[in-house]
Design a protein around this ligand. Sequence first.
Ligand code: PHE
Length: 369
Amino acid sequence: MGNIDSLKYEILKAIENATSLPELEEIRVFALGKKGSITGMMKDLGSLSIEEKKEAGKILNVVKDEILLAIETKRILLENIALNKKLASEKIDITLPIRTETLGRIHPISQVFEEVVAIFGSMGFSVAEGPEIEDDFHNFTALNLPLNHPARQMHDTFYLPSDANGDKDIDSSYVLRTHTSPVQIRTMENNQPPIRIIAPGRTYRCDYDATHTPMFNQIEGLVIDKKTSMADLKGVLLEFIKSFFELDEIPTRYRPSFFPFTEPSAEMDIGCSRANGELKIGEGNDWLEILGCGMVHPNVLKAVNIDPEEYQGFAFGLGLDRLAMLKYGIPDLRTFFDSDLRWLKHYGFIPLDIPSVTGGLSSNGGAVR
Ligand code: PHE
């Protein structure tokens, strides 16, 4: 037992100097493993007398505990060092600027969608939605377009196969909605006036050329209240069009038109010039048709149980894609749906430039060319 103190000292020194976990494990095995030096001394106790055994056993146990504690303490220390080293090597510098050449782009339609929502949002409108697979009742009948109404022909409708259970009731057959106007009906069915909504979304018609695609986007607007007039309609639309094109003044004119769900109905044109083949909004002597609108037809109000004697309102509908083409100078509607990354890079928008009426719609960044 004479050398226990120096052995203990040696082992503790080795533990203190260990620089890695495997090294520490080696020391543990050397001291306390099956063939370890301390273990060996414990085995040797058998040859001693009972008195000596008691004495030496006590000392050995204390030494063993001391060594175990030293190993455990060192293990925690080495593990911490290893963890900190790993964390330091995996550190990312989040203050680095983004590489714009690898950044995705917001599609011009999404951009215009956000712009329109921001403008009407600032005028107190909220956003309403409806299904793209619509029943005949909401898409046509409730909008004062009964079966066999000639205006149904104007819509180039995609009809869905009639109900599987052979339902012949035309009102429950389905179409891909031909306009966003059915959202007017759904909103009035589920809400009491006053109502002030816009409903942007996908619409479908069987048509295809440079200015028509089978799927396109519209924005519907609907206001229902006790005192709403054509003057309110004109005020809202003028405000919208000026904000959208970011111009202080834009000449507008209203031409009489026909929609079964509005009376009177009108189409709004905005002033433009087409000099030298270049379209410029807001100046010149030419006109550009931009949207359809009118006062909600009493039959539409009756279809949703709103009393036309007490309430009236106005509605408007416009093509979102066309707005995007006009504002951002995109010549062919079909390119919107080509999924061509080069096109998107050219016409797309930086994701963090969120349009707002006060912060700027497209001006705080705009398209990255
Ligand atoms: N739904 C009409 C269309 O698709 C547009 C419109 C909406 C006109 C609301 C008047 C009022 O052509």
